[in-house]
Design a protein around this ligand. Structure first.
Ligand code: R5P
Length: 262
């Protein structure tokens, strides 16, 4: 692997632990002003020191993120659809030149295996990998987005393996029963999405189960920025992912912060 590719991956995965806490705030690219992200700058700025990387679109990056920030950028480069239409009908929405200009550490794109646009999104991934590899920029493939997707181990294994076979360097998917099977069948590291906001103790359990099951870490959004204490929550997630704390220990830390603030 070339130095540039290795360096960018190392920007996302701190070598001290070999795990990662990615903060996903790219929801607006098809959901519009998602709850908690109405004013991205306000929400994201206090979280930046606690995230190993930030996953977002170029519009929000340019308008809302201080370029002096040291956070690594995972740029969302697929889109072109909204929640009102067929989500899988995506295109590559950013040129490789603009990704280079933005000094990104990775580019992220969704694939929709089993959807009517399966072929198009897989071809998008292959094209993006070709461009990324030319310049040493890793591609992160996002799988199984969409409310109708059955997120079981059989389906997620299929998606993750295809993403890896097409050249993704990291795959983002969902945690599921039998997650080890998904990880075992995927030759590149997996990070998990948090999904819809759930109770904080449960979200910490999810992060714990994912890393115990072999995930590289989390690429979590709503369960962090929709928490009533987003900074406390991302710090608690870091304790689980990087410090091997139990969900109970991390949850006690979070509730302790609330108690101290009261
Ligand atoms: C999905 O296409 C996007 O990458 C989402 O922003 C991401 O998966 C959401 O993260 P979460 O489910 O943790 O809010």
């Amino acid at each position: 692997m070339d130095w540039g590719m290795q360096h960018r991956l190392a920007n996302i995965i701190p070598r001290e632990t070999g795990r990662t806490v990615m903060l996903a705030v790219d929801h607006g690219y098809f959901l519009g002003p998602t709850g908690g992200l109405e004013e991205p700058q306000k929400t994201v700025t206090p979280l930046l020191p606690h995230a190993d990387s930030l996953m977002l679109t170029r519009g929000v990056l340019r308008q809302c993120i201080d370029p002096r920030s040291r956070v690594s950028i995972v740029l969302r480069v697929s889109g072109g659809t909204s929640i009102l239409t067929e989500l899988s009908n995506e295109e590559i929405t950013v040129s490789i030149e603009d990704a280079i200009r933005l000094n990104v550490s990775a580019m992220a794109l969704s694939i929709f295996v089993g959807s009517e646009n399966e072929r198009r999104t897989l071809a998008n991934l292959a094209k993006l990998v070709d461009m990324g590899e030319q310049y040493g920029i890793p591609v992160l493939a996002v799988t199984a987005v969409g409310k109708d997707m059955q997120r079981d181990a059989r389906y997620l294994s299929l998606c993750c393996r295809i993403a890896a076979e097409l050249g993704a360097r990291i795959v983002k998917t969902y945690f599921c029963e039998g997650f080890e099977e998904v990880v075992g069948g995927c030759p590149v590291p997996i990070v998990i999405a948090g999904g819809k906001k759930i109770e904080e103790r449960a979200a910490l359990q999810l992060a714990h189960d994912a890393v115990s099951g072999g995930a590289l870490g989390v690429d979590m959004g709503r369960n962090i920025f929709q928490s009533d204490n987003p900074v406390g929550m991302i710090r608690a997630v870091r304790q689980v992912v990087h410090e091997h704390k139990t969900p109970d220990e991390a949850f006690r830390f979070l509730t302790g912060l609330r108690g101290a603030a009261a």
